[in-house]
Design a binder for this molecule. Structure first.
Ligand SMILES: *[C@@H]1O[C@H](CO)[C@@H](O)[C@H](O)[C@H]1NC(C)=O
Ligand SMILES: *[C@@H]1O[C@H](CO)[C@@H](O)[C@H](O)[C@H]1NC(C)=O
Ligand SMILES: *[C@@H]1O[C@H](CO)[C@@H](O)[C@H](O)[C@H]1NC(C)=O
Length: 301
């Protein structure tokens, strides 16, 4: 049976033209297959009332053939390194997927294409280095994503969370992020809680748009705002991210006045005159020396 969906058996081979005599035993067999599938529980997992718990079993790979009506699936505290593409295809009822504390570095593209009801996704304590574009594509019901405690997580693509119109909680704390683009968060209309503490933020000019945006939401966002600190540049090292004001970014907006331009033009002029004069003097000196040395050579002969 593999990892194919048992329920799909009913389609295909059975056509309307099948006689009732052929159909009846087939339906019975199918019903048995379905009830068997619903009751089946992978080894090392416990299954009851839509909850499948395979946590802490030292699994190196995901268990195949879960009950088709699984709503909560916990694979937490294992050693899973990859998830096969299409793994979730058959589990359209899935609401909660807990992959906490594994060794995942990436998810296969399109993993959530059929996970239309998935609301909670826990990817914390893994080995992700990137949140790639459209990583959660089609998981439009996601309410919470936990990506915390991924120490190698350095990059979040601006399109990483695209289309997640229901996302309320996003946890990016305790990673390796030094920068986060505003674009990544702007498209999340109902975001309420954002956790970003414990990252080595570099609070330079590129972070200004994000911080400005966050400051307007500080009431709603960031229960961990005290934890979010700048790691660099040196003048703001250790400063809470949210203590930075417009003033802190003044240097990012240096605009030059007419006086500044005149001054720069004047300095440029003086420097060029000076260099011409210096070259001239050097030329004369070199010429003199040359002649003098030639003259003294002639004398010696
Ligand atoms: C399913 O998961 C959610 C979220 O983690 C949890 O609140 C809920 O209690 C779980 N349901 C069961 C029956 O364990
Ligand atoms: C991760 O799982 C291991 C068992 O595989 C456990 O010993 C460890 O405490 C877990 N770590 C966290 C942070 O939950
Ligand atoms: C995490 O990923 C890196 C490569 O990106 C790999 O070298 C390392 O072994 C992984 N660690 C774990 C715990 O899987």
């Amino acid at each position: 049976m593999g990892t194919g969906c048992t329920w799909l058996w009913g389609e295909g081979p059975v056509s309307r033209r099948s006689s009732a005599m052929l159909l009846t035993p087939f339906l019975i067999a199918m019903a048995m297959a379905v009830s068997e599938a619903s009751a089946r529980c992978p080894v090392l997992c416990t299954c009851r009332s839509h909850v499948v718990d395979c946590s802490g079993q030292r699994l190196f790979s995901v268990p195949p053939d879960l009950p088709l009506d699984t709503r909560n699936l916990s694979l937490a505290h294992n050693r899973i390194t990859t998830i096969p593409p299409g793994y979730l295809t058959c589990y359209g009822e899935l609401r909660v997927l807990d992959l906490r504390n594994n060794s995942l570095a990436e998810l296969p593209a399109g993993l959530f294409l059929t996970a239309k009801r998935l609301a909670h996704l826990d990817l914390s304590y893994n080995n992700f280095s990137h949140v790639v574009a459209n990583m959660f594509q089609e998981a439009n019901s996601l309410v919470r994503i936990d990506l915390s405690h991924n120490p190698c997580l350095r990059k979040v693509h601006p399109q990483a969370f695209r289309g997640l119109a229901q996302l309320r909680d996003l946890d990016l704390s305790h990673g390796g992020l030094s920068f986060l683009s505003l674009e990544a968060l702007e498209g999340l209309p109902v975001l309420v809680t954002l956790q970003i503490g414990g990252n080595p933020w570099v609070c330079g000019c590129t972070m200004e748009p994000l911080l400005k945006w966050l400051r307007n939401r500080i009431q709603r966002c960031t229960s961990d705002s005290q934890l979010a600190e700048c790691r660099a540049p040196p003048e703001v090292e250790g400063a809470p991210l949210f203590s930075l004001t417009e003033e802190s970014f003044k240097a990012c907006h240096l605009t030059l006045t007419l006086d500044d331009y005149l001054f720069i033009a004047f300095v440029g002029f003086v420097v060029s005159i000076a260099s011409v004069a210096t070259n001239f003097l050097l030329g004369i000196t070199a010429n003199c020396c040359h002649r003098w040395s030639k003259a003294s050579e002639d004398e010696e002969i």
